[in-house]
Ligand binder design. Structure first.
Ligand code: ADP
Length: 630
C-alpha cells in the first residue's frame, strides 16, 4: 500500500510580541463568555500555589525548635498552629475546588461553544462555503490532536499564574538565605558572605534554571511544527483503526475483505504513530536528547542549591530547620521559573494555532441587515417581485440564475419546474434571502427585501428542502421547532400531513423521541414518515409562504404527485411554491414557472404550456410522459 505521509515541516513560530497579543486576546474572549469559570479557576490556582509555603515555613520552625531549645510549651503551640493552619487551608481549598469544579464542568464543551455560536451567527453564504468547513476542521484537528488552540490558553494561563505566585511565595522564604551571614571565625566558609560569591551563586542558579526550560521548549517545538503530520496521522488512525471496521462499512468490508487494507495500515510500523514513524523517530532523536539534557541541567541546579545551603548551615549561618525551608522554597522558586519559561514557550507555540481560530471567529458577516419591520395583519396582500435578478455562487464564474423577473402574490400557488441544475433551488434560496442577488433586486411590497429586519423576513417562509433534516428531539419539538410547543396544534398539523395514524400508535404521543440518540425509547422512522413530519413542521409555523423544494425526490413520480396535490389541499389560504423536476407533480397548479439553464423561460398553466410545441415545458412533458401516461 502506498504510504500516506507528509514529511513537510512547517515553521509555525510567531514573534513573542505577536504571541503575547494573541494569547491575551484569546484569554479575554474566553473570559467574556465565562467570567465565573475563569475567576474560580484563577482563585484555585493562586491558593494552591501559595499555601504549600505555610507548611514549609511552620515545619521549619518546628524542626528548628526540636534541634535547638526543645521548649515543650513552644513546640506544643507550634504544632497546634500548624494543625490549625493546615486544616483551614484544606477547608478553604475544598470550598474553592467545589466552586471551580462547578464552574468548570464541561469546560471543553463550553470553549467549543464559542466556535459553535459563530457558526450559528454566520451568513448562510459563508457556512455554505467549503473553505469555512476546512478552517473549522483544521481547528478541531489541532485541538484533538495536540490539544492546541483555545482550550490550551486556559491551561497556559493556569501554569503562568501558578508559576508567578509560587515564585513570589518562594522568594519571600528564600531572601534570608542570602542575608544570613556565616559567623566570623568559621574559617574559609566566611567567603560565602562575600557579595561576589552570593551573586555568582544566584547567577549560576538563574542560568541553570533558564537553560532547562529552554531545552524543553525546543523539544516541544518539534511537536508543534509537526502538527500537520499529527493531524493527518489522527485522521488516518481514525479511519483505519475504527471507521474502517464500523457498521456503515461492515458489509463491503466483509465481502471484499477490505479489513486487510486496514490491517496493513495498522501494523505498519512506519506510519505516523508507529514505532518507526516520525514521532517515534523524533522521540529517539532530537526531542529525546533535548528532554534528557533538560533533566540533567535541572539536577545540576538541585546540586548547586544543596551545596550552597548546606555549606552555609555548616558554617553556622542558620540551623537545620531553615535548611529544609530554604531547600524546599528555592527548589520551588526554580521550578516556577522553569515553568514560567516553558509556558511562555508553549504560549508562543500555541499562538500559531490561535491564529486560525481567530481567522474563523472573525469571518465578517457581509449580508445587509435591514431594520424595517414587515407589516403584518391577516388581510395584508404580500407581493414579491424578482426584478432582473442574476446570481453567481461565490467562487463561480457561471450564472446559476440569469436575469429573472417575476411576481408572486400572497395566497397563490406557484409551481417551479425545470431539469436538475436549472436554478430552481437557487431561486428559492434567493427568495428566502439565504443569498443576495449578484445583480438586480428582490422586492416585498415594493421595498428591497434587504431593507427588512433579516430574521423577521426569514420567518415569512416555511421550507422543506430536498435534504431536510429532523433532529433527535421529540416529535413535538421537531414540528413546533421550540422546546415549548402547542401540543394541540402540533397534533393537528401531524394529522393534516398524514402522520395521524402513526401518532395514535405512539404511547408518548408528541413527547416520543425520534431516533435513539437521546432516548432509549426513541423510535426509528421511515423516509416517508420523515417527510410527513417535515410537512407538518411547515404547517405549524405561521408563515405566509410555504415552499416544498423536492423533499419527495426519493419517491416515484406518481407518489410524489400525490403528496404534492394532497398537500395543496391542506395549505389553506397560504401561498405555496412547489418545486420539482417532474412536471406531473405540479400540473395541478394554475401557475407554473419553467426554468432552464438559470433562466425563467416560460410561465403559465399546465394546459397552456402543454400546447406550446416550441416551448421547454412541452419538450420536458413529452420526455417524461412515459412515467405517468398510464
Ligand atoms: P436545481 O434546483 O434546478 O436542480 P440549483 O439551483 O441547485 O438547480 O443549481 C443551479 C446551478 O447552480 C447548477 O449549475 C449547480 O451546479 C450550481 N450550484 C448549486 N449550488 C451551488 C453551490 N453551492 N456552489 C456553486 N454552484 C452551485
Amino acid at each position: 500500500m502506498k504510504k500516506v505521509r507528509d514529511k513537510k515541516e512547517i515553521s509555525l513560530r510567531v514573534s513573542h510580541k505577536e504571541a503575547y497579543i494573541i494569547n491575551k486576546k484569546a484569554f479575554k474572549l474566553i473570559y467574556s463568555h465565562y467570567p465565573q469559570m475563569i475567576i474560580s479557576w484563577i482563585a484555585c490556582v493562586i491558593w494552591n500555589a501559595l499555601t504549600p509555603y505555610a507548611s514549609i515555613y511552620l515545619s521549619a520552625l518546628i524542626i528548628e525548635e526540636i534541634s535547638t531549645d526543645r521548649n515543650p510549651e513552644k513546640l506544643k503551640s507550634l504544632v497546634i498552629i500548624t494543625l490549625t493552619v493546615t486544616a483551614a487551608i484544606s477547608l478553604i481549598n475544598a470550598f474553592l475546588s467545589k466552586w471551580k469544579d462547578t464552574q468548570c464542568a464541561g469546560m471543553f464543551y463550553k470553549v467549543n461553544r464559542i466556535l459553535a455560536n459563530k457558526l450559528l451567527d454566520m451568513d448562510y453564504v459563508t457556512i455554505d462555503d467549503i473553505k469555512t468547513h476546512e478552517r473549522l476542521s483544521t481547528i478541531k484537528q489541532n485541538q484533538n490532536g495536540g490539544g492546541w488552540g483555545l482550550i490550551r490558553v486556559i491551561w497556559n494561563y493556569d501554569s503562568i499564574i501558578s508559576a508567578i505566585f509560587t515564585f513570589i511565595g518562594g522568594i519571600a522564604l528564600t531572601v534570608s538565605l542570602f542575608v544570613k551571614a556565616v559567623p566570623q571565625g568559621s574559617g574559609r566558609l566566611t567567603a560565602l558572605n562575600n557579595p561576589v560569591f552570593i551573586f555568582a551563586v544566584i547567577g549560576i542558579m538563574l542560568l541553570v534554571t533558564c537553560i532547562s526550560p529552554a531545552l524543553s521548549n525546543k523539544a516541544g517545538s518539534y511537536y508543534a511544527n509537526r502538527a500537520e503530520n499529527h493531524n493527518l496521522g489522527n485522521r488516518l488512525f481514525g479511519f483505519f483503526g475504527w471507521l474502517g471496521h464500523s457498521r456503515e462499512y461492515a458489509s463491503d468490508v466483509r465481502i471484499y475483505r477490505q479489513d486487510l487494507i486496514c490491517d496493513k495500515y495498522n501494523s505498519d510500523k512506519t506510519n505516523t504513530f508507529g514505532s518507526k514513524g516520525i514521532f517515534a523517530r523524533m522521540a529517539k532523536g532530537p526531542v529525546g536528547l533535548y528532554n534528557a539534557a533538560a533533566a540533567v541541567v535541572s539536577v545540576i541546579f538541585t546540586g548547586v542549591v544543596y551545596i550552597f545551603v548546606c555549606l552555609k548551615a555548616y558554617g553556622g549561618a542558620f540551623g537545620v530547620g531553615l535548611v529544609t525551608q530554604y531547600i524546599s522554597s528555592i527548589t520551588k522558586v526554580s521550578a516556577s521559573v522553569s515553568q514560567l519559561i516553558e509556558t511562555v514557550g508553549d504560549m508562543r507555540n500555541n499562538a500559531s494555532f490561535l491564529k486560525p481560530v481567530f481567522d474563523f471567529l472573525e469571518i465578517p458577516n457581509t449580508m445587509r441587515q435591514g431594520d424595517k419591520a414587515i407589516e403584518k395583519n391577516d388581510c395584508i396582500d404580500y407581493e414579491i417581485e424578482f426584478r432582473n435578478v442574476s446570481f453567481k455562487y461565490p467562487g463561480s464564474d457561471e450564472y446559476a440564475l440569469k436575469n429573472v423577473s417575476m411576481r408572486l402574490k400572497a395566497g397563490e400557488r406557484l409551481a417551479v419546474v425545470g431539469e436538475n441544475g436549472s436554478g430552481k433551488t437557487t431561486f428559492i434560496k434567493l427568495l428566502c434571502r439565504l443569498y443576495e442577488p449578484t445583480e438586480g433586486m428582490i422586492l416585498l411590497n415594493g421595498i428591497n427585501i434587504a431593507d427588512y429586519n433579516y430574521l423577521e423576513y426569514l420567518s415569512m417562509f416555511s421550507v422543506v428542502f430536498q435534504d431536510f433534516r429532523l433532529f433527535a428531539f421529540t416529535l413535538g419539538q421537531n414540528v413546533g421547532t421550540r422546546v415549548e410547543y402547542d401540543k394541540e396544534i402540533v397534533e393537528s398539523c401531524l394529522c393534516k400531513a398524514g402522520f395521524g395514524e402513526r401518532l395514535n400508535k405512539m404511547e408518548e404521543g408528541t413527547e416520543t423521541y425520534i431516533y435513539k440518540e437521546f432516548s432509549k425509547k426513541g423510535v426509528d422512522i421511515s423516509g416517508g414518515e420523515a417527510q410527513k413530519i417535515a410537512l407538518a413542521r411547515t404547517l405549524y409555523r405561521a408563515s405566509p409562504f410555504i415552499i416544498l423544494d423536492e423533499p419527495t425526490a426519493a419517491l416515484d413520480p406518481v407518489a410524489e404527485s400525490q403528496v404534492y396535490s394532497n398537500f395543496n389541499d391542506i395549505v389553506g389560504d397560504k401561498s405555496a411554491i412547489y418545486i420539482s423536476h417532474r412536471l406531473s407533480s405540479c400540473r395541478f397548479c394554475n401557475d407554473i414557472a419553467v426554468f432552464h439553464k438559470g433562466e425563467l423561460v416560460q410561465r403559465g398553466s399546465h394546459e397552456s404550456l402543454k400546447e406550446d410545441a416550441g416551448g421547454k415545458y412541452y419538450e420536458l412533458w413529452n420526455a417524461q410522459a412515459q412515467y405517468y401516461n398510464s
